[in-house]
Write a protein that binds this ligand. Structure first.
Ligand code: NAP
Ligand code: GLV
Length: 320
């Protein structure tokens, strides 16, 4: 009997073909719709490996339903969708896809910084609606990125890659972590700041911390009030880190100037979400790591991790 792998999204055939030689590969046959919960719970019963995506909730109920599960490999670097404690208790490996997506995601963060500062999507929307009637002196005027101060909350792999890009824009970089990074400070001139100082001094606040009980709702009404009125909040980490109701109020009443969001508390974001009614919010459908090269590199990490575990080797990128 070949070990069973269950994949929760349709993946390219060439990615899974090598697995089919050795394993019994089962897969949810939609690339865009999440596997229904009851099917996930049924499929996991017989699975030796589960290949999940960030939209799946791999909670205790899933781990309890499994009878021979050895590894969950998540197609993301973030693993807040997985109950790590339950995995630990059951001795199940959990792996993720760090590093290969770092530069791609930092690019996207910079795209959002530029788009939000220069009102790119707002201006494009108006042009397409036929509202470009003549050149105007002050229409769509925004904020300068070059020379501004960027404050990064969560100066890890991606935060640092974004900070390096910022240096190319002659930006001053502040960062806030639980632990300081003296080497990055020395080598690149990044400056450590406590959260309040970072919020108060930054023109752009960029979030790249993981979603944890500690970071959930870390940016709420009080924190937004500490930002500059011309400040721009960029979140490419996880929606739950920012209190969306507080963000809506801050953007509407001018507490801050704009926001760029790749992530939301509930995804896909409902179309009637109040944030989508505001012109000063640039929104994207969680595409941080979405380059072709990077997505294939991420899938390769998952495939290797699953193969390693099922063949009795220690997988790379084990987060448990
Ligand atoms: P990483 O290297 O682990 O960096 C995370 C950083 O956050 C660390 O430097 C960590 O430093 C800091 N941090 C953790 N808890 C914190 C807290 N309570 N307050 C302040 N800082 C805190 O991870 P990464 O590879 O850069 O990825 C970061 C996150 O980006 C992922 O977890 C994921 O959610 C998100 N992401 C999103 C996309 C997308 O498509 N939008 C793509 C990739 C990643 P300390 O431990 O010293 O605090
Ligand atoms: C994407 O959000 C990831 O965590 O890789």
């Amino acid at each position: 009997m070949k070990p069973v792998i269950y994949i929760t999204r349709k993946l390219p055939e060439e990615v899974i073909a090598p697995l089919k030689e050795k394993f019994n590969v089962r897969m949810w046959e939609s690339a865009s719709e999440a596997v229904p919960r009851e099917i996930l719970l049924k499929e996991v019963v017989e699975a030796d490996a589960l290949w999940s995506v960030l939209a799946d909730s791999i909670d205790r109920e899933v781990f309890d339903a499994a009878t021979k599960l050895k590894v969950v490999s998540n197609l993301a670097v973030g693993f807040n969708n997985i109950d790590i404690e339950a995995a630990k208790e059951k001795g199940i490996s959990v792996t993720n896809t760090p590093d290969v997506l770092t530069e791609t995601t930092a690019d996207l963060a910079f795209a959002l910084i530029l788009a939000s500062a220069r009102r790119i999507t707002e201006a494009e929307r108006e042009l397409r609606k036929g509202n470009w009637t003549s050149w105007s002196v002050m229409d769509y005027t925004g904020m300068d990125v070059g020379g501004a101060t960027l404050g990064i909350i969560g100066m890890g792999r991606i935060g640092e890659a974004a900070a390096r890009r910022a240096k190319g824009f002659n930006m001053n970089v502040l960062y806030h972590n639980r632990t300081r990074k003296p080497e990055a400070e020395e080598r690149h001139g990044f400056e450590y700041a406590d959260l309040d100082t970072l919020l108060g001094e930054s023109d752009f606040v960029l979030i790249f911390a993981p979603l944890t009980p500690e970071t959930k709702n870390m940016i709420g009404e009080k924190e937004l009030a500490k930002m500059k009125k011309t400040g721009i909040l960029i979140n490419v980490a996880r929606g739950g880190i920012v209190n969306e109701a507080a963000l809506y109020n801050a953007l509407k009443d001018g507490t801050i100037w704009a926001a760029g969001l790749d992530v939301f508390e509930v995804e896909p974001v409902p179309l009637d979400h109040p944030l989508l009614t505001l012109p000063n919010v640039t929104v994207l459908p969680h595409i941080g790591s979405a380059s072709i090269r990077t997505r294939y590199a991420m899938m390769e990490l998952n495939r290797n991790a699953i193969t390693d575990v099922l063949e009795g080797r220690e997988p790379k990128n084990n987060v448990v």
